[in-house]
Design a protein around this ligand. Structure first.
Ligand code: SF4
Ligand code: MG
Length: 342
C-alpha cells in the first residue's frame, strides 16, 4: 500500500509505506497494489505538486517522501534513480515531454539506459519491441519522430517509456485530457489493460469525473495542499459529504430522463487563496457554503467560531475520511421558507 501525508503551507511531508499510519497533522491516503487512487481538485489545489513529489521531480521543503520504506528524497543520486524507476510519471501532453528530434526507438532506449536496464543492444531491442506491442504500436512506429505521430500515438509512446523500466506505480497527470475525445477511451482502456497485465498501481490526477468513475477505486479531493475528503469512489463521488466536494462535484441534470443525474466538476465562486496567505482555522472557510449557511441561521450572522479558528482534523465519517467540523449538518433539512399547513 502507498501512503502519503501533506503538511500545511506547502511544507510537504510525505510517506509511502507498506503499513500506513495516519499522520497527526495532515491527510493520508493509501492504495493497495494493483489499485487506482484518483486525486481531484481545482487548479491551484496542489495536485500536480503532489504528482511531482511522488516521482521525485520536486523535493519536499520539509520532511521526506518515502515509498515502501525507501526514502525518495535526501539520498544518494543512485538510490534516487532506483526509486524513480519504481514510480513513473505520465504527463498530460506528451508533446511537451517527448523530444521531437528523437525517434521513438531512441526515446525508449534512452529510458532503458538511464535506468541501467538491458545490457546489450539486442536485449534493449527485444524489450523495446515487447513494450511497443504492449501499448498497441508496432515496429514501423519505432523509426518515427514524436512529431510525426498522432496525439494518441504520442501518448502511447509516453506510456511505453514509463512501463519499459518496469515500474510499480504510475502517476498519471491528466493522462487523456489533451487527446481528442475519440481516442480518450482507447488510451483509458489501454491503461486499464496494462494495469491488470502488469499489476501496476495507479495514482491518477484529473478533473475528469468520468475517468475517476471508470478507473479509480478510491479518490482524494484536494484543497490547498491537503485532502478534505477521501475514500471509495462509490461513496465520495456519488454522495459527497464535505461542502467543498459537494460544491465541486455538483449535480448536472442530463436532458435524457433515463440517464441518471451526473456529477461534474464546477468552478467554485471566489478565488482559491494563495498558499502564502492561508486562511486560519479551516482553510476552506473563505468560500464555504455550509459555514455561510450556518452563519445565516445564527443570530449574529457570523461564520462559526470553530471554522475561523480551529483547523479541522481528518476523521472517519459516512464511509470516508473527512476534514470538516460540521459535515453532519451538510444534509440537514432546510427550514421551510413558507409554512404550508392545513
Ligand atoms: Fe466549512 Fe467550517 Fe466545515 Fe471548514 S469546517 S468545511 S469552513 S463548515
Ligand atoms: Mg495541474
Amino acid at each position: 500500500a502507498l501512503h502519503m501525508h501533506f503538511s500545511q503551507r506547502s511544507r510537504f511531508l510525505g510517506r509511502v509505506t507498506g503499513n500506513p499510519v495516519r499522520a497527526v497533522d495532515g491527510v493520508s491516503f493509501s492504495v493497495a497494489k494493483g489499485k487506482c487512487f484518483a486525486i481531484v481538485g481545482e487548479s491551484g489545489s496542489g495536485k500536480s505538486t503532489l504528482a511531482r513529489l511522488l516521482v521525485g521531480l520536486l523535493k519536499p521543503t520539509e520532511g521526506d517522501v518515502t515509498i515502501a520504506g525507501h526514502v525518495l528524497s535526501g539520498v544518494s543520486e543512485s538510490a534516487m534513480r532506483g526509486m524513480r524507476r519504481r514510480v513513473q510519471l505520465v504527463l498530460q501532453d506528451p508533446r511537451a515531454s517527448l523530444d521531437p528530434r528523437m525517434r521513438v526507438e531512441a526515446v525508449l532506449e534512452e529510458a532503458l539506459i538511464v535506468h541501467g536496464l538491458g545490457r546489450t543492444a539486442d536485449e534493449r531491442r527485444q524489450r523495446i519491441m515487447r513494450v511497443v506491442r504492449q501499448v498497441g504500436l508496432d515496429a514501423q512506429h519505432l523509426d518515427r519522430f514524436a512529431n510525426e505521430l498522432s496525439g494518441g500515438q504520442r501518448q502511447r509512446v509516453a506510456i511505453a517509456r514509463a512501463i519499459i523500466v518496469e515500474p510499480e506505480i504510475l502517476v498519471l497527470d491528466e493522462p487523456v485530457s489533451a487527446l481528442d475525445v475519440s481516442v480518450q477511451a482507447q488510451v483509458v482502456n489501454l491503461l486499464m489493460d496494462l494495469q491488470e497485465q502488469l499489476g501496476l498501481t495507479y495514482v491518477v490526477i484529473t478533473h475528469d469525473l468520468a475517468l475517476v468513475g471508470h478507473m479509480a477505486d478510491a479518490v482524494g479531493v484536494m484543497y490547498l495542499g491537503a485532502f478534505v475528503e477521501n475514500g471509495p469512489v462509490s461513496a465520495v463521488v456519488a454522495d459527497p459529504r464535505h461542502p467543498y466536494t459537494a460544491s465541486l462535484l455538483s449535480v448536472v441534470a442530463t436532458s435524457d430522463p433515463k440517464v441518471e443525474r451526473q456529477r461534474a466538476i464546477t468552478i467554485l465562486e471566489g478565488q482559491i487563496p494563495s498558499p502564502r496567505d492561508m486562511p486560519a482555522g479551516c482553510t476552506f472557510h473563505t468560500r464555504c457554503p455550509l459555514a455561510k449557511r450556518i452563519a445565516a441561521e445564527s443570530d449574529g450572522g457570523v461564520l462559526p467560531h470553530r471554522c475561523l479558528t480551529e483547523k479541522p482534523a481528518p476523521r472517519p465519517f459516512a464511509g470516508r475520511t473527512i476534514t470538516c467540523h460540521f459535515a453532519e449538518r451538510l444534509h440537514e433539512p432546510q427550514p421551510a421558507t413558507v409554512a404550508s399547513t392545513i
